[in-house]
Design a protein around this ligand. Structure first.
Ligand code: 5AD
Ligand code: SF4
Length: 439
């Protein structure tokens, strides 16, 4: 199987990004080359997201478009993986809707990806593989990473939290932690290959290690990694507010290479809604934690995820969310209208919020959140930040973009390589981006 080209389209979160890098690694080991053009591809794969209905609808549309390419190139192989087909009902719908789809596989099937690939190319028959239970963690799968200076490193897979709105535990399985040595060795190898930054990935990074019975926690792991020479920046996502320890806060503050940014999903500011979401913290608990972070970690930014219109959310509940936003003054926030996910408890709740109200609340929330984003960025004016260069900006390739330790996006001019650390003074800002110049 030589000189074949592949093109992967990834939707959704960093977990999917990490899975796509594994698939790319397997393909590259088999002699496949990556291509940016769908017209040059012999194999197109969609790695999909199921977290909201909107994401799924977009993917159906995209798949419909891509299937047309088979009319020009009948040998083209098209496959779909990730969270969408992991829901068996959706996988069956995909099979029905797109009979010429070549490969349908779930999130638990990566270890057999190579065998599936052989089958699809040899037999030219539809391959359909959805395991309903996650197997053990497979450590020896290769990775072909997109970036040369920063890398995602999985520390746990799956989730045990079962927030009542969320499909993730249903499509990613129960929480499984990687062995500390496997993680540490992977990071050492990355540093030796020139990587400067790692982002540790887990649906709830704080519960790392609980399933290993080894008395080795997320804070222990972070501490070990922070001592590695040559690793400039460590990030992690996502911590769950219910179990961020004082020790963790202390550790982040103490180590210069652990970035002073915490993504702390709020989801709702109403204790009643949080209870029904099964989040296991209250409005007051969240506010206390946010204050502890602000007090305990120098210049730490706090970003968040918020859902509006969860079933039963009253105007008073929404006002609680607004109050938490006004109190914490998030540096940035991702905001979502609640989306019913089949198979999750909240989808069956009878008190669904009408679409119009969800839209209005989302609109109000976005306006407020953007004010605080702007204020947070304006506070950076005139200050100097260390920025790690990511490369040419996606929007305007004639300028460069990079990130501060606090995870703010900065645009600037100059001759730098991805991974360079540059001190930039901020002279202009919007809600979403800072502009910096060398001093
Ligand atoms: N509807 C809307 N937003 C959701 N999220 C997860 N599930 C849903 C849903 N059913 C949001 C949460 C989560 C983020 C990744 O997506 O805010 O933190
Ligand atoms: Fe979903 Fe909750 Fe797990 Fe996050 S912690 S993946 S929101 S169930």
């Amino acid at each position: 199987m030589h000189d074949k080209n592949y093109h992967i389209i990834t939707y959704g979160c960093q977990m999917n990004q990490a899975d796509s890098e594994t698939i790319a690694g397997i393909l590259s080991n088999r002699g496949f080359k990556t291509t940016d053009s769908i017209y040059q591809a012999d194999l197109i794969l969609l790695i999909t997201c199921a977290v909201r209905e909107h994401a799924e609808q977009r993917i159906y549309g995209k798949l419909g478009e891509l299937m047309q390419l088979k009319n020009i190139n009948p040998a083209l192989v098209i496959g779909i993986g990730g969270c969408m087909p992991q829901q068996l009902e959706v996988a069956n719908k995909l099979r029905q809707k797109f009979p010429r789809l070549d490969l349908i596989f779930g999130t638990h099937n990566l270890p057999e990806f190579e065998t599936m690939l052989d089958r699809v190319f040899a037999d030219r028959e539809q391959v359909f593989e959805i395991h309903d239970i996650a197997g053990r963690i497979t450590e020896d799968l290769p990775k072909s990473r997109i970036d040369r200076h920063k890398a995602y490193v999985n520390i746990t897979f799956g989730c045990n939290n079962f927030c009542t709105y969320c499909i993730v535990p249903h499509v990613r399985g129960r929480e499984r932690s990687r062995n500390p040595n496997d993680i540490i060795n992977e990071v050492i190898n990355l540093v030796q290959s020139g990587y400067q930054e790692v982002t540790l990935l887990g649906q709830n990074v704080n519960s790392y290690g609980l399933d290993l019975n080894r008395d080795f926690s997320f804070a222990d792991l972070l501490k070990e990694l922070a001592m590695l020479k040559g690793l400039s920046r460590i990030r992690f996502m996502t911590p769950h507010p219910k179990d961020i320890s004082d020790r963790l806060i202390d550790l982040i503050n103490k180590h210069d290479n652990i970035c002073n940014h915490i993504h702390l999903p709020l989801q709702s500011g109403s204790s009643a809604v949080l209870r029904r979401m099964n989040r296991k913290y209250s409005k007051e608990g969240y506010l206390q934690l946010a204050q502890k972070i602000r007090d305990g970690i120098a210049n730490c930014t706090i970003t968040t995820d918020i859902i509006v219109g969860f079933p039963g959310e009253s105007e008073a509940d929404f006002a609680d969310t607004i109050e938490v936003v006004n109190t914490v003054k998030f540096d940035a926030a991702f905001t979502f209208a609640y989306s019913k996910r089949k198979g999750t408890p909240a989808a069956g709740y009878s008190d669904q919020v009408p679409q119009m109200i969800k839209k209005q609340r989302l609109h109000r929330l976005i306006e407020l959140v953007q004010q605080y984003m702007l204020a947070s960025n304006q506070a950076c004016l005139g200050q100097t930040f260390e920025v790690m260069v990511d490369g040419p900006s996606k929007k305007d390739p004639s300028i460069l973009s990079g990130r501060t330790k606090t995870n703010k996006l900065v645009h600037f001019a100059g001759q730098y390589q991805a991974g360079d650390l540059v001190d930039l003074k901020i002279y202009r800002t919007t809600s979403f981006v800072l502009w910096g110049e060398t001093i």
